[in-house]
Design a protein. Structure first.
Length: 95
Protein backbone atom coordinates (compact mmCIF):
# COMPACT_ATOMS: atom_id res chain seq x y z
CA UNK A 1 0.00 0.00 0.00
CA UNK A 2 1.32 3.40 -0.95
CA UNK A 3 1.35 5.77 2.01
CA UNK A 4 1.25 9.51 1.63
CA UNK A 5 2.84 11.56 4.38
CA UNK A 6 0.78 14.65 3.53
CA UNK A 7 -2.65 12.99 4.06
CA UNK A 8 -4.44 11.51 7.09
CA UNK A 9 -7.11 8.79 6.97
CA UNK A 10 -10.26 9.48 9.00
CA UNK A 11 -12.50 6.45 9.55
CA UNK A 12 -16.02 7.07 10.97
CA UNK A 13 -15.18 4.61 13.77
CA UNK A 14 -12.57 7.07 15.08
CA UNK A 15 -15.37 9.48 16.03
CA UNK A 16 -18.26 7.10 16.80
CA UNK A 17 -19.51 7.46 20.39
CA UNK A 18 -21.27 4.08 20.15
CA UNK A 19 -17.92 2.31 19.69
CA UNK A 20 -15.47 1.44 22.45
CA UNK A 21 -11.77 2.21 22.24
CA UNK A 22 -11.08 -1.42 21.34
CA UNK A 23 -13.63 -1.17 18.51
CA UNK A 24 -11.79 1.78 16.97
CA UNK A 25 -12.82 5.03 18.67
CA UNK A 26 -9.66 7.07 19.25
CA UNK A 27 -11.04 10.30 20.73
CA UNK A 28 -12.70 10.81 24.09
CA UNK A 29 -16.49 10.89 24.37
CA UNK A 30 -16.19 14.68 24.62
CA UNK A 31 -15.19 14.86 20.94
CA UNK A 32 -17.13 11.86 19.62
CA UNK A 33 -20.60 11.79 18.04
CA UNK A 34 -23.17 9.08 17.51
CA UNK A 35 -22.69 7.34 14.17
CA UNK A 36 -20.95 10.08 12.14
CA UNK A 37 -21.57 9.90 8.41
CA UNK A 38 -18.98 10.32 5.69
CA UNK A 39 -20.85 13.42 4.56
CA UNK A 40 -20.59 15.00 8.04
CA UNK A 41 -16.87 14.21 8.25
CA UNK A 42 -16.33 15.59 4.75
CA UNK A 43 -18.21 18.82 5.53
CA UNK A 44 -16.33 19.33 8.80
CA UNK A 45 -12.98 18.74 7.08
CA UNK A 46 -13.94 21.17 4.32
CA UNK A 47 -14.86 23.75 6.98
CA UNK A 48 -11.35 23.30 8.44
CA UNK A 49 -9.79 23.75 4.98
CA UNK A 50 -8.39 20.20 4.86
CA UNK A 51 -9.37 19.34 1.24
CA UNK A 52 -11.26 16.09 2.00
CA UNK A 53 -11.43 13.16 -0.43
CA UNK A 54 -14.18 10.61 0.30
CA UNK A 55 -13.59 6.93 -0.45
CA UNK A 56 -16.99 5.29 0.24
CA UNK A 57 -16.10 1.71 -0.71
CA UNK A 58 -13.37 1.17 1.91
CA UNK A 59 -13.70 -1.01 5.01
CA UNK A 60 -12.13 -0.24 8.38
CA UNK A 61 -9.46 -2.93 8.93
CA UNK A 62 -10.74 -3.93 12.41
CA UNK A 63 -14.22 -4.43 10.92
CA UNK A 64 -13.31 -5.60 7.41
CA UNK A 65 -16.84 -6.91 6.75
CA UNK A 66 -18.42 -3.49 7.41
CA UNK A 67 -17.82 -1.17 4.45
CA UNK A 68 -18.14 2.23 6.12
CA UNK A 69 -15.88 4.29 3.86
CA UNK A 70 -13.16 6.74 4.86
CA UNK A 71 -12.12 10.34 4.31
CA UNK A 72 -8.60 11.45 3.41
CA UNK A 73 -7.63 14.94 4.57
CA UNK A 74 -4.55 17.15 4.40
CA UNK A 75 -2.19 16.76 7.34
CA UNK A 76 -1.85 20.31 8.64
CA UNK A 77 -1.39 19.31 12.30
CA UNK A 78 -1.38 16.07 14.31
CA UNK A 79 -3.90 13.36 13.48
CA UNK A 80 -5.44 13.46 16.96
CA UNK A 81 -5.91 17.27 16.75
CA UNK A 82 -7.56 16.94 13.32
CA UNK A 83 -9.96 14.25 14.55
CA UNK A 84 -10.89 16.26 17.67
CA UNK A 85 -11.58 19.36 15.56
CA UNK A 86 -13.71 17.36 13.12
CA UNK A 87 -15.68 15.91 16.05
CA UNK A 88 -16.16 19.38 17.57
CA UNK A 89 -17.49 20.78 14.29
CA UNK A 90 -19.86 17.83 13.73
CA UNK A 91 -21.26 18.33 17.27
CA UNK A 92 -21.71 22.06 16.57
CA UNK A 93 -23.43 21.42 13.24
CA UNK A 94 -25.82 18.89 14.76
CA UNK A 95 -26.86 21.57 17.22
Amino acid sequence: MLQRKDRVVIWPSYLDATKSRSEGRIVSKKYSVTQPSLNEIENAARELGLNPVVEPKKAYPKRWWDVSGRVLVDKKTSKSRIIKEIGRIIRKNRG
